[in-house]
Design a protein around this ligand. Structure first.
Ligand code: ZN
Length: 185
């Protein structure tokens, strides 16, 4: 992301929004602030996830859950935030992944322009295909979308839930029920 270019574009955008030829004193520094925050909010495009993912040999073969990982993302239709929590469930094969690495995976896929459904699937597919090689993965995302709250039909608490279920959790209903039961606790 070219910060100077973003600053120029945001300057134009503010002028259009306010119908003015100049920025007000109060917004004069806004393009720089927006460029800096976009640089952070959209750093998913720059991160090198494969380099960050360090696995270790598993001494454990049962279901593992990393619950309520906070996420913030931007909807690709309105460039407005959506945010919430992500639960990641996996059944290890030969390897385990440190809990903090799941936060990195989440940041990599959420710090972009997104739709929640695809984001959910991208996280699950990445974990299935990466060096972790788990026997199964389940990803459950609960998101609140500002584009829904701020525009059109206003609801008090519209939470959207999406899930992606892969591997053993898809093929084996008993294992899936066990995971869902654990998620409730
Ligand atoms: Zn939207």
């Amino acid at each position: 992301m070219n910060k100077e270019r973003v600053q120029e574009l945001v300057t134009q955008l503010i002028k259009e929004i306010e119908g003015s030829d100049d920025l007000r004193p109060a917004t004069r520094d806004t393009p720089r602030r927006v460029a800096n925050s976009y640089n952070e909010i959209f750093d998913g495009y720059r991160l090198d996830l494969d380099k960050d993912i360090k696995i270790f040999k598993a001494q454990y073969s049962e279901i593992i859950i990393s619950k309520d990982i906070k996420f913030y993302s931007m909807c690709e239709h309105h460039i407005l935030p959506f945010y919430g929590t992500i639960d990641i469930v996996y059944m290890p094969g030969e390897f385990l992944l440190g809990i903090s690495k799941f936060v990195r995976v989440v940041n990599y896929f959420t710090h972009r322009l997104n739709v929640q459904e695809k984001m959910t699937d991208d996280i699950a597919n990445y974990l299935m295909d990466c060096v972790l090689k788990p026997r199964g993965v389940m990803v459950i995302v609960k998101g609140t979308h500002l584009c829904e709250i701020m525009r059109g039909v206003k609801q008090s608490n519209p939470i959207m839930i999406t899930s992606a279920i892969k591997g053993i959790f898809k093929s084996n209903p008993t294992t899936r029920s066990e995971a869902l039961e654990l998620l409730k606790s």
